[in-house]
Design a protein around this ligand. Structure first.
Ligand code: FHN
Length: 422
């Protein structure tokens, strides 16, 4: 594996890859872990005794912290409890198939060893180790896809990056910043860590079409199989769309798309944010997003010590418990064939199978209209014996479709999402 990883950029630079092939693992995965981790985990929502109500990773901007002050956080950053194996196991136990970690967020600090900027975890902290490398090695070992979030436009640390209006004059040479920091760092990320699943660009701001295209070309040239996420900017076509943060479309969306979402009200760790979503709600959202054809990228914000908050681990473990029984109705599925909402829940599908995810259990008689094919069997996904649930079909010659009646048990087999397979 080590040898293979050492040579992957070369191998993959030679390979021409079709879009369907590039997207295959991602379409199968449906569920991933977002990790927002950086220096902002130290203030954890509070600066000079004042609590900032907004998202934790934005504290540098929200508190207008001068670069010279914020930089000092690096000297304190010592995540001695970080364990790549724990991160990967938390994701795996939840049933997640990929991890997207902030390699560099808007504060400009690189969580990886970089020759392009000394403002990185190896050169600027007492910790002195490359957490991205450790995570990459563990992900390769455990066959989870590792993807890198990279803030291409906003960089509050650099005079020529965008958006720091409290330290730097308005005039900036954005192209110089792209050439001297962004491109070299992307090259490092796509060269030193083996196969990279995706680069997750964010908040493009005023990046031009030409500039965005040059970033896309760079990614393609180094690792053609690497997916490019939705927020590259400049109107340049990417491999899939990102919805807004925590925005779940009301209906099925065509094409490839992903919902980035928080577990509480922040991405980066905040010590006083305990506003956690329930595992039940998250499980239903996961099913609903898959039923609309999308992926769910759920975030955790590790602490400054390098630990994923226990509340997040516990919540994800509960989602994972449901996934252990039911993941067949999530992985590799496609959007519901019905372009409508149901009062009881939603539907995912695979060739020859419909999965009815029932959130509001109707009890006894249950009807589904409009089936094209004759039904062979109906059973509960949680039932290992696949005992047939009694059903009847009523053919409608006007529509050439069937109406299916299923005799469901009175009680919901699963209080969160019961899955009936047709
Ligand atoms: O500004 C960022 C924010 O900090 C966070 O990284 C999210 C994740 O989708 N993206 C931006 C806001 O949309």
């Amino acid at each position: 594996i080590a040898l293979l990883n050492a040579f992957t950029p070369m191998i993959f630079a030679q390979k021409n890859i079709a879009q369907d092939e590039r997207m295959e693992w991602w379409r199968d995965a449906r569920f991933g872990m977002f990790i927002h981790w950086g220096l902002y985990a130290i203030p954890a929502g509070e600066w000079e005794g004042k609590e900032y109500p907004q998202i934790g990773e934005w504290i540098m901007k929200n508190a207008r912290i001068p670069v010279a002050e914020y930089e000092k956080l690096a000297q304190q950053f010592n995540p001695v409890k970080f364990n790549a194996h724990d991160f990967v196991m938390t994701a795996k136990n939840a049933g997640m198939k990929y991890i997207t970690i902030t390699s560099k967020h808007h504060d400009g600090f690189a969580m990886f060893k970089s020759e392009a900027s000394k403002y990185n975890i190896v050169d600027a902290t007492p910790y002195g180790k490359d957490v991205i490398k450790a995570l990459a090695d563990e992900c390769h070992k455990q066959e989870l896809k590792l993807c890198f979030y990279y803030s291409q436009s906003r960089d509050w640390h650099e005079p020529n990056g965008l958006d720091n209006d409290w330290d730097f004059p308005k005039e900036r040479d954005f192209q110089k910043y792209l050439d001297e920091k962004v491109k070299p760092q992307l090259t490092e990320l796509l060269t030193n860590y083996g196969l990279v699943g995706m680069i997750w660009f964010d908040t493009p701001m005023t990046i031009s079409e030409e500039q965005a295209q040059s970033l896309k070309n760079l990614v393609r040239s180094l690792q053609p199989a690497c997916i490019i996420s939705g927020r590259l900017g400049g109107g340049v076509e990417t491999d899939y769309k990102s919805t807004g943060d925590n925005v779940i479309p009301a209906e099925t969306v065509s094409g490839d798309w992903e919902v980035p979402a928080t577990l509480n009200n922040t991405w980066g760790f905040k010590k006083n944010d305990h506003n956690w979503k329930s595992p039940e709600a998250l499980t239903r959202l996961l099913f609903d997003i898959a039923a609309k054809g999308g992926n769910y990228l759920l975030n955790v914000g590790p602490t400054a010590e390098g630990v994923i908050p226990q509340a997040s681990v516990d919540i994800l473990a509960k989602v994972g418990k449901w996934m252990k029984t039911n993941s067949e109705c999530i992985y590799g599925t496609k959007a519901s064939p019905y372009k409508m909402e149901f009062k009881w829940g939603n539907i995912t599908q695979k060739p020859g199978k419909l999965y009815l995810g029932i959130f509001n259990w109707p009890g006894s008689d249950f009807y589904l209209e409009g089936l094209k094919n004759k039904v062979k069997k109906v059973y509960l996904l949680s039932d290992k014996q696949q005992k047939v649930l009694p059903f009847k079909e009523y053919y409608n010659s006007d529509t050439d479709h069937h109406r299916l009646k299923i005799d469901l048990p009175e009680e919901a087999p699963d209080k969160v999402v019961s899955v009936v397979v047709i």
